[in-house]
Design a protein around this ligand. Structure first.
Ligand SMILES: Cc1ncc(COP(=O)(O)O)c(C=O)c1O
Length: 400
C-alpha cells in the first residue's frame, strides 16, 4: 500500500512541466531556446507598488495579520469592485489569499463533497481540474470549439449541468485561449444558470485588465444581478500589476462562503504576506495609467503573433480579446512528417518536435483539454516573438 494519499493518486503532475523541463535541458546543453510558455508578464512591478512594499517593511508591518487580509486591503478591494464592476461588497464578503490560486482552492475545499460536480469549460487553465480532484469533487469538462472562438455556448453549458453540479468555473479573458466573453455572450450563459438555482458560479477574472481592441470586460454578477447571491468573484493583482511573485489574490461573495474560506486559510497558511498586502493596497488604490501603456504593448505583440502564425498553411489562429495568450489550431498539420521522420500525430508530438528542431518552447493543447492546438504566451519581447514565429514558420514549411 502506498504511503501517499488516495486523493493524490487522482491528481496528475502538471503536464506543462515536461515541456518546461525539456526546454531547460536543451538550454543547459547550449541550444538557443526561445520560451513562449511563461504565464506571467515580462514587465517589472511598477515602482510605486514596489515602494509601498519597501515602506511596509520599514514601518514594521511585518507581523501576522488577520488570516484573510488587512482591513485596508479589503477596503481597497471593495472600492475596486464598486468602481470597475459596479458590484457592492462589504469587507466581510471579501477574502484575500496567497495568489488567485489559493483563493480558488479554498473555495473548492470549503464547498465540495465527494460526488459533487464542477463544470469546467475547455480549453481550461491547467489547475482547475486537479484542484477539484484534490478537494474531492468531480470535474466535468464542457468542451468549446475553435469555430465558436473557444467560448462555451448556452447549449454546451446546459448539457454539462446535472443535479450534482455545484459550481461552474468561468474564466474570461481565458488562459489558455485569450477568449473574452462579450456582455451578450455572458448573458446567454447566465440565463442558463438562472434555470439551475443549485449551480454556483466561480468566476476567475484574473485577466480582467488585459483586454484589447476596446473589449468591454464584464463579470457574471454584474451582467445578471440575480446571480450575486451564488457567485464568487475571484481576481488578483498577479497579472495586470505584474506582481506574480508577491502572491496576492482575492475574492468576494456571500458571507457564509467567505467565512468558510477563512476557516480553511486560518488552519493552513494563515495570512498572505503582510508586505505584499500593503503593496496590493497601493496597486488597487494608486495610479492605473500604466495598465493602458502595458496593454498597448501586449496588443501589438498579439497582432504580430497572430499575423505570423496565421500565415502558416495548416495553422488557424483566432484573434483573442485578451490575456497574453494565443491558442492556434494545428488540425491542418496532423498526419504530416518532419524531415527527420517524426509523424505529427498530436499537439504533444508537434510541440516536442518544434522544441527539439527549432528551440521554440510552446505548451501543447492536450494540457488544457482541447486538441490539436498549442498555447503561445506573448508576454515576451517583440524580437523574441518575431524570431520564434519565423522559426515556427520554417519548421512548418518543412513538414510533408
Ligand atoms: C486563469 C488563471 N487563474 C488564476 C491564476 C493564478 O494566479 P496567481 O498567480 O495569483 O495564483 C492564473 C495563473 O496563471 C491563471 O492563469
Amino acid at each position: 500500500m502506498s504511503f501517499l494519499s488516495e486523493t493524490l493518486s487522482r491528481v496528475k503532475p502538471s503536464p506543462t512541466i515536461a515541456v518546461t523541463t525539456l526546454a531547460a535541458e536543451l538550454k543547459a546543453a547550449g541550444k538557443d531556446v526561445i520560451g513562449l510558455g511563461a504565464g506571467e508578464p515580462d514587465f517589472d512591478t511598477p515602482d510605486h507598488i514596489k515602494a509601498a512594499g519597501v515602506a511596509a517593511i520599514k514601518a514594521g508591518k511585518t507581523k501576522y495579520t488577520a488570516p484573510d487580509g488587512i482591513p485596508e486591503l479589503k477596503a481597497a478591494i471593495c472600492a475596486k469592485f464598486e468602481r470597475e464592476n459596479g458590484l457592492s461588497y462589504a469587507p466581510q464578503q471579501v477574502s484575500v489569499g496567497t495568489g488567485g490560486k489559493q483563493i480558488l482552492y479554498n473555495a473548492l475545499m470549503a464547498t465540495l463533497n465527494p460526488g459533487d460536480e464542477v463544470v469546467i469549460p475547455a480549453p481550461y487553465w491547467v489547475s482547475y481540474p486537479d484542484m477539484v480532484l484534490l478537494a474531492g469533487g468531480t470535474p466535468v469538462i464542457a468542451p468549446a470549439t475553435l469555430e465558436n472562438s473557444f467560448k462555451l455556448t448556452p447549449e454546451q453549458l446546459e448539457a454539462a449541468i446535472t443535479p450534482k453540479t455545484k459550481w461552474l468555473i468561468f474564466n474570461s479573458p481565458s488562459n489558455p485561449t485569450g477568449a473574452g466573453y462579450s456582455r451578450v455572450e455572458l448573458k446567454a450563459l447566465t440565463e442558463v444558470l438562472l434555470r439551475h438555482p443549485h449551480v454556483w458560479v466561480m468566476t476567475d477574472d484574473m485577466y480582467e485588465h488585459l483586454a484589447y481592441d476596446g473589449f468591454e470586460f464584464c463579470t457574471p454578477a454584474q451582467v445578471e444581478p440575480a446571480l450575486y447571491a451564488r457567485t464568487l468573484t475571484c481576481n488578483g493583482v498577479s497579472k495586470a500589476y505584474a506582481m506574480t511573485g508577491w502572491r496576492i489574490g482575492y475574492a468576494a461573495g456571500p458571507v457564509e462562503l467567505i467565512a468558510a474560506m477563512r476557516k480553511i486559510q486560518s488552519q493552513s497558511t494563515s495570512n498572505p504576506c503582510s508586505i505584499s498586502q500593503w503593496a496590493a493596497v497601493e496597486a488597487l488604490n494608486g495610479p492605473q495609467e500604466f495598465l493602458a501603456a502595458n496593454n498597448a504593448v501586449f496588443q501589438r505583440r498579439r497582432d504580430l503573433v497572430v499575423s505570423m502564425l496565421s500565415a502558416i498553411d495548416g495553422i488557424t489562429c483566432p484573434v483573442p480579446e485578451g490575456a497574453f495568450y494565443v491558442y492556434p489550431s494545428i488540425a491542418g498539420l496532423i498526419g504530416t512528417t518532419t524531415p527527420s521522420g517524426t509523424v505529427i500525430d498530436s499537439d504533444e508530438t508537434f510541440s516536442r518536435a518544434l522544441l527539439e528542431d527549432t528551440g521554440v518552447a510552446v505548451v501543447f493543447g492536450a494540457a488544457f483539454g482541447l486538441s490539436p492546438n498549442f498555447r503561445v504566451s506573448y508576454a515576451t519581447s517583440d524580437d523574441a516573438l518575431k524570431a520564434a514565429c519565423e522559426r515556427i514558420q520554417a519548421f512548418c514549411a518543412k513538414l510533408t
